[in-house]
Every structure is written in structure tokens, then in C-alpha cells.
Design a protein around this ligand. Structure first.
Ligand code: CP
Length: 306
């Protein structure tokens, strides 16, 4: 693959290569000196048109650990605020001789649009409710790090599936690696159009969804992408769909608790679960740097130092 705009259609062997390469970068992160010269001479721009804590910091650290030159672009302090279009913004930035674009945008398809209109290698850092491929890769990496290969594992994803790019990318990536994925949420927050999901199961009863699960991924209510009429009462949501100790009684005893962040504590996830012994939420964040190093390294192969 030349770009990483999504996991839909990405082969098992390409996903496996990214995850296997990430194992080596994850080991590197434990060393006193965490930097390698792999991408020396490569210029990367991080184009963030939406807020981010984890993804932005993680990409930036990954790029620095690989010795790339980096430029950070934030739409809130850019000429986008003066009305400049996405295409004009892109053309101007590309004129400064950029090799790689990492982009987050509220619009579905923006990473593909950039890939179609530039010579840069493009990595999607989240586009609307469409895909968040590096989040899915770090989720897969974390599950395999803790439990072994994903093949045959049962994964429950609970929350606002309809507006979640993480649910889409996780579903594509995990089913490609042979896991069975159940998506669960209130019927109003399940997607009406399901053709862009792979072969997954659908559930509106959280206890049924997590029954026998090896990992439970809780998702945030994406209020920023939601019509007001869809927003449930938070108390009601917590009572029916919150991932609590009582709900987790149905999962495997060893089930991992995951969340892409940011967490709304006491809504989709209780604090004792988020901070409990089965939580791997911070391991997900650590692994994100290694996975992004791997994706950047593999996609940029041959461009660096050349
Ligand atoms: N998981 C994730 O995308 O978090 P941020 O929005 O903080 O980047």
C-alpha cells in the first residue's frame, strides 16, 4: 500500500507486516536512546483540522524517534480561518517540498482527497466518522501483545458505533486478522447504512455483546458528530450501555478493557473499570507510538535519505 487512508481493503499480510515491524519499534521505546535515523531527510507535515491529544502527540513522537523533519499545522491558527480552501492549503504546503502528510479532518474522505491531489504519502489520523486506521492498528497490536494472535478472539465494541471511525477501522482490521467482532450500542447509535462494515455481529444488549469476550472496547458518545435528537440522557446511557463490573461479569475473566480516549468517566466506562487491573488503556497509548513508527517507516520505504 502507498497510503494508509483506511483498513477497509488492506490485506492480512500488509496489516501483519505493520504489526510485526511495530514489535521492534516497541522494544526500541524501552531503551534509554529511543531514536533511530530511519527517516532522516524526510519532511512530514501533521495537518490537524480537528482537536487531538493522543494521535497528534503520538505521530509527532513517532516522527521524531525516526529522525524526520516535522512541521505541525493546526487549522485553528492557520489561514483556513481566513477562508482558504483545503486544496489551496494543501498546494501551498506541498510547494514547500513535503514528503508525507498526516491528516485529521472532520470530513470523510479528506485523506483520500489529499492522496489523489498530491505526490505526498498520506496517513489518515481520523476522518469524520469514516476511519482511524492507526488507532485500529494500535488496538490490534495491544490485544496481540497481551493475548496472542487475534485469530479466533472475540471482540466486543460498545458505544456510539454510528459516529465512530474507530469502530469501522477496528472492524475491518480485526476481522481481516480472523477475530469475531460484535458491535453494540443503542439502536439510535448503530449505523443505518452497514454496507461499509465487514462481516460483524450487531447487538443492542450489552451483556449479550460482551458474553465470552476476550476484549471489550468502550467508545465515547461523539456529541460533536451527533444531531441533538440522537444524544441519549447520560444517566440512561450509563445504565444500559456503560461498561461496568456487573457487565464485565459476562466477559472472560481475563478480558481486556480498552478505550481509544478521551474517556467520559461514569458514562461509557466506570472509573474502577478504566483504572482496574484488566485495563490496557494506557498500554494502547504507548503502543500507538510504535505502531505509527512502523506505518511511517514502511510507507516511506525508499524515500528517506534518497
Ligand atoms: N484516540 C484518539 O484519536 O484520541 P485523540 O482524539 O486525543 O487523538
Amino acid at each position: 500500500i502507498r497510503h494508509l487512508v483506511g483498513l477497509q481493503g488492506v490485506s492480512e499480510s500488509d496489516i501483519r507486516t505493520i504489526l510485526d515491524t511495530a514489535v521492534e519499534f516497541r522494544q526500541l521505546l524501552e531503551r534509554p536512546v529511543k531514536k533511530v535515523p530511519s527517516l532522516r531527510g524526510l519532511t512530514i507535515v501533521n495537518l490537524f483540522f480537528e482537536n487531538s491529544t493522543r494521535t497528534r502527540t503520538s505521530f509527532e513522537l513517532a516522527e521524531k524517534r525516526l529522525s524526520a523533519d516535522i512541521v505541525n499545522f493546526s487549522s485553528s491558527s492557520s489561514s483556513v480561518k481566513k477562508g482558504e480552501t483545503l486544496l489551496d492549503t494543501l498546494r501551498n504546503i506541498e510547494s514547500m517540498k513535503i514528503d508525507v502528510v498526516v491528516v485529521r479532518h472532520k470530513g470523510t474522505g479528506v485523506p483520500q482527497f489529499i492522496a489523489d491531489h498530491s505526490n505526498a504519502i498520506v496517513l489518515n489520523a481520523g476522518d469524520g466518522a469514516h476511519e482511524h486506521p492507526t488507532q485500529a492498528l494500535l488496538d490490534m497490536f495491544t490485544i496481540e501483545q497481551k493475548l496472542g494472535k487475534l485469530k479466533g478472539k472475540k471482540i466486543a465494541i460498545v458505544g456510539d458505533i454510528r459516529h465512530s471511525r474507530v469502530a469501522r477501522s477496528d472492524s475491518w482490521g480485526m476481522t481481516t486478522l480472523g477475530a469475531s467482532v460484535t458491535l453494540c450500542g443503542p439502536s439510535t447509535l448503530l449505523p443505518r447504512y452497514r454496507a461499509d462494515f465487514p462481516n460483524v455481529s450487531w447487538e443492542t444488549d450489552v451483556k449479550k455483546a460482551v458474553a465470552g469476550a476476550d476484549a471489550v472496547i468502550a467508545l465515547r458518545l461523539q456529541k460533536e458528530r451527533m444531531e441533538d435528537s440522537l444524544l441519549p440522557s447520560l444517566r440512561e446511557y450509563r445504565n444500559y450501555f456503560g461498561v461496568t463490573e456487573e457487565v464485565l461479569d459476562k466477559a472472560k475473566d481475563s478480558a481486556l478493557i480498552m478505550h481509544p480516549g478521551p474517556i467520559n468517566r461514569g458514562v461509557e466506562l466506570d472509573s474502577d473499570v478504566a483504572d482496574g487491573e484488566h485495563s490496557v488503556i494506557l498500554a494502547q497509548v504507548t503502543n500507538g507510538v510504535a505502531v505509527r513508527m512502523s506505518a511511517l517507516y514502511l510507507l516511506s520505504g525508499g524515500r528517506a535519505n534518497g
